[in-house]
Design a binder for this molecule. Structure first.
Ligand code: DLL
Length: 428
């Protein structure tokens, strides 16, 4: 029998008890080991003995990305520095990087979490896992690799870009699983198609994350590569890295590893918890993380908890795909828009591809304008561009309640990237 990385819990009650124990451990550990957390908890007047049921988590103060930056270079550190065996960092768009510390046990826990992702995706030790995400300070490359090794599959650590090498190894090694950002997935899928390699490869599955992807993008990637299945993988540097959950084979949401962290969804304005099914900001509290535990960490990611049991049979709870980040929102003429809403509109129209760019400009008249470049779908003719643009403008107007000028551009004329794509350019 293959070793399982799934938890042994059998019921929701058992899970809650495990979470309560983990929460109490984390509060005690952070209070004892981190002057930052100690100060915060003293200010909030809360200690371990005040946490007696899972709802008591609400007594604890939030932690934010600003707290991480203020604590640079070793924020939230809750163990003696000698116990730290590795650090990772995420770039962040403003200010100092967020540096996160790991003890040896943290790395083991993370590998186990990640091995569980591969198990959920239906891999076996016979799988060959080609890793096409960045190595180095970023958590991505080493996360996918450690997880594959822990699971017992063969890791092929290539990193992002380098399409020649990726194509060569995919054919020569008969890679079965490709792990990447959605952008790199598209780049690779287009390249395999361009080189006519589809019949020479044996790719079965793809796991992609690190950024949002649209349905259209996924359809294209799946179609070009002819894979059996694709899986969305979430994760963030603060919470170990990639592999905090995985979309299940039933594709009814992302099962998250609730035995390693508590997920709350809050209203980002009132900071009050929201019930399952309502969309809000994801807040996470770790249950066994030693070096840099998270207590009610505000991720800025927007999603919702999916109520009920999943048809795949797995008991672990689910959240929806990450719909965007609160920081991605832009305001145009008083309307709040998330890039994901534009993805969604474009995905409804088969004559356009998945790639687009949004430009926000302020004209001399003082008014703001939104211009969208959308790629024509592969094989589409230019003749219908005008009608297609008008159709999209109409959909945008009706669905977003704001007007935008659409330009249809050639298939593959917008930039492709092997990392995370930037699609909104605010030039105001
Ligand atoms: O992006 C870790 C990762 C690498 C996850 C590879 C999956 C695959 P950071 O650089 O710290 O870590 O960025 C974390 O990326 O808060 C989300 O906003 C976004 N993100 C990550 N995965 C997804 C996803 C890695 N599957 C931030 N869908 C998170 C949408 C995602 N957004």
């Amino acid at each position: 029998m293959i070793k399982t990385f799934m938890p042994s819990i059998k019921s929701a009650e058992e899970l809650i008890q495990l979470q309560l124990n983990g929460l109490r451990w984390t509060v005690k550990h952070a209070f004892a080991g981190s002057p930052f957390y100690q100060k915060k908890m003293k200010e909030a007047g809360v200690q371990q003995q005040d946490i007696n049921c899972i709802e008591d988590i609400q007594k604890l103060p939030f932690t934010t990305a600003e707290d991480l930056r203020e604590g640079y270079p070793f924020p939230l550190l809750s163990v003696p520095i000698e116990q730290v065996v590795r650090i990772h960092a995420s770039s962040g768009t403003t200010g100092k990087r967020k540096v996160l510390c790991y003890t040896e046990k943290d790395l083991r826990d993370w590998s186990d979490m990640f091995a569980r992702c591969y198990e959920m995706a239906g891999l076996t030790p016979a799988d060959r896992v080609q890793v096409a995400v960045g190595y180095g300070l970023w958590t991505a490359g080493v996360g996918f690799q450690m997880g594959a090794e822990r699971f017992g599959a063969m890791a092929v650590p290539v990193g992002p870009g380098n399409l020649d090498m990726h194509c060569e190894l995919m054919v020569d090694l008969q890679t079965t699983v490709f792990c990447c950002t959605a952008s790199m997935g598209l780049l690779m899928a287009e390249e395999i198609k361009r080189r006519g390699l589809r019949e020479k490869i044996s790719l079965r599955k793809m796991i992609f994350g690190a950024e949002r992807h649209s349905q259209a993008m996924r359809r294209n990637i799946e179609g070009y590569l002819g894979v059996e299945d694709t899986f969305d993988i979430p994760g963030l540097t603060e919470l170990y890295g990639p592999g905090t959950g995985l979309e299940c084979p039933a594709h009814e949401g992302i099962h998250y590893w609730a035995d390693y962290y508590i997920l709350e969804i809050i209203d980002p304005h009132t900071l009050k918890p929201l019930p399952p099914g309502e969309e809000g900001e994801m807040v996470v509290t770790t249950l066994r993380k030693e070096a840099a535990p998270l207590i009610r960490y505000r991720t800025r990611d927007l999603t919702k908890v999916i109520p009920g049991r999943c048809s795949c049979g797995n008991i672990l709870p689910r959240h929806d795909k990450i719909l965007g980040r609160s920081d991605d929102m832009f305001i145009i003429r008083g309307v709040n828009i998330y890039p994901g809403q534009i993805d969604h509109i474009l995905s409804q129209v088969p004559q356009v591809g998945s790639e687009f760019q949004v430009f926000l400009k302020r004209k001399p008249d003082g008014k703001d304008y939104m211009a969208i470049k959308a790629e024509r779908a592969e094989g589409g003719g230019r003749k219908r561009d005008k009608a297609l643009a008008a159709h999209l403008e109409n959909l945008i107007n009706r669905q977003l309640l704001v007007s935008g000028k659409v330009e249809i551009v050639d298939f593959q004329s917008l930039p492709r990237t092997e990392r995370k794509s930037k699609r909104v350019f605010d030039e105001r």
